[in-house]
Each structure stands twice: as C-alpha cells, then as structure tokens.
Unconditional design. Structure first.
Length: 301
C-alpha cells in the first residue's frame, strides 16, 4: 500500500470528549488536543465548532492533507444516522465539514476506526480475522474479516453491546431492554460496585488495588462479557478476540472471568479451538489513530 505523506489528523468524537490527534505514518500520536462534547440535545453545529476548533489548533496554520473522523454512533459513509450520546442525529456531517474545511474528510464508526488501528499498528497486525470488543462506558464492537472491517449492508455491523442477553432486563439508553451493555460495561461496573465509586475507571482502579466490592463487580462484568463473547465466537469463529476500552486496563482481572465464561458459552466447547482473548494495544487514542490511518490511505483504497 502506498503511504501518503503530509499532515493527517484523526479526531475521535465520543460521548464526553473530542480527541484530535496528529498521527504519523507509524501510527504514533505526535500532538493531541481535547474539547468537551456538547450535550446530545445541543445544536449539532456546536459539535461542528468543537471539532473544527480542535482541528485548527492542531493544524496551527499548516496545510492539512486529510482528516479522519471516528464517531460514536451508527455511521454510513457520509452520514451519522444515530448516536446515543452526540447531537449529530440523521446528520450530513461529512458533507458539511468537508465544505467548511475545504480538505478531504473520511468518517467511520469509532470502534471500526479502533479496529483499523489494531489491524495497522496493534494486536491485530498480520491477523486475518478477529473481533474487537471495547468495554468502556458502553460496549462497542467490530468484526475484522480477511484483514478489513466488516461493515454490513449499511455500515452498522458490530453493535455487540445491544444484543439482548436478559429478556425484560435493565432498560438501555438505546431504547431496548436487557442489552449486553447493561451487564458488561463501565456503567454496569458502577451499578454493581455500589455507592462510593465515581465511574467505571474508579471501579477498575479500586479492583486493581485489591478492593473487594470492586473486584466482585469486575468479575461479574467479565463473566457477562464472556457470555457475550461465547455467542460471538459461535457466530464468527475468529482467530483472536481483542478487548479494548477503559475496562481493559484491568487486564486479566477482567479477561480471566471472560475467558472462562466464553468457554462455557460457546457451542462445541472441548471440540474446537477457542480464540485467545487479549488486550488491545493502541490505547485510548485508538479511534483517532485509526481515523487518521483511514484519511491517509483513503485515496489508495
Ligand atoms: Zn441497548
């Protein structure tokens, strides 16, 4: 693949923050800046302004070659159809920002972008088929087949977090009930750990420090994650499962219960190879790094 030179930026647009990065051809983040994400019910143009301001700060007067956007929502090429956390809903984001900036812009779902980063620079390098499951505030997923991200007929594949695992279970922000995300995410960690923990990362940090309630919550989340993985492995038979997102910082405290529950939950266990379950390598900037990689390789794809 021809690797384009020039100034390539990746911007990860998540539920709480916008993270913009200048990324080199080796996937290294050279500079980064952040903005707060406006509330979901805010004017969508406020989010345009936040992203634009971050991009302008990084460019610092230099000519930008291309920008990649990694968006926490259902994205189909040039349109954000739906997001649980962003003001962009049924929104012509790509067209508007391309016009505003006057440079090529590409866009994809944030977990698809993180998967691109793991394929190019991380745990999936050299691999053919793997699943990426991100366990952060919610759960995101991407299916990698034959070295590229499987997008589905409408670019919306991989929403593993919203597969129903408990009929009539907890209400989910997406409008459904009993979604995996309600049992195996940062939000579930906080609910299970009980009062006294600010957020998912606080529970994860307490569990790493040996706190009993936090460990119990993390084990339960790992167990539910493994139940979800069992269904996914039965469906896709991947060679590898890569776990990203904030909760993956707990390492084997999360992954060990997940591996055990996965082995219990997959069809034909004991008669089939099971995929290794490993931690993602591209870190918290994976979405931005993958988006920049998409921007860099867009013309040669
Ligand atoms: Zn849901």
């Amino acid at each position: 693949m021809r690797v384009a030179t020039g100034l390539h930026l990746g911007v990860d647009i998540g539920g709480t923050k916008v993270l913009a990065c200048e990324v080199d051809e080796n996937g290294e983040v050279l500079r980064s800046t952040r903005r707060d994400t406006p509330d979901r019910h805010a004017d969508p143009r406020l989010l345009d302004d936040a992203v634009t301001s971050a991009v302008e700060e990084l460019a610092a007067g230099r000519e930008v070659t291309a920008v990649g956007l990694s968006v926490a929502g259902l994205v189909d090429h040039d349109r954000v159809h739906f997001s649980t956390h962003l003001p962009w809903q049924e929104d012509d984001t790509l067209i508007r920002l391309t016009e505003r900036w006057g440079v090529p812009v590409v866009m994809d779902n944030d977990v698809a972008c993180a998967a691109v980063a793991e394929i190019a620079y991380g745990a999936g390098r050299g691999g053919e088929s793997f699943l990426l499951v991100t366990v952060g505030t919610g759960i995101g997923g991407a299916i990698v087949h034959a070295g590229s991200v499987l997008r589905g007929a409408h670019g919306m594949a991989g929403e593993f977090g919203h597969v129903r695992v408990v009929p009539e279970g907890h209400d989910c922000e997406c409008g459904l009930r009993g979604c995996l995300e309600q049992y195996a995410s940062g939000n579930a960690l906080v609910r299970l750990a009980g009062p006294g923990y600010a957020d998912g990362p606080a529970v994860t940090a307490a569990a790493i420090a040996g706190d009993g309630s936090a460990l119990q919550a993390l084990t339960s989340v790992g167990d539910w994650l493994g139940v979800g993985l069992g269904g996914l492995v039965s469906s896709y038979d991947p060679e590898l499962v890569v776990i990203g997102g904030g909760a993956s910082e707990a390492g084997d405290l999360l992954l060990e219960p997940a591996r055990r529950a996965m082995a219990r939950s997959v069809v034909g266990t004991g008669h089939r190879p099971l995929p290794a379950v490993v931690v993602a390598q591209c870190g918290p900037a994976a979405g931005a790094v993958g988006a920049a990689h998409l921007a860099r390789t867009a013309r040669s794809r």
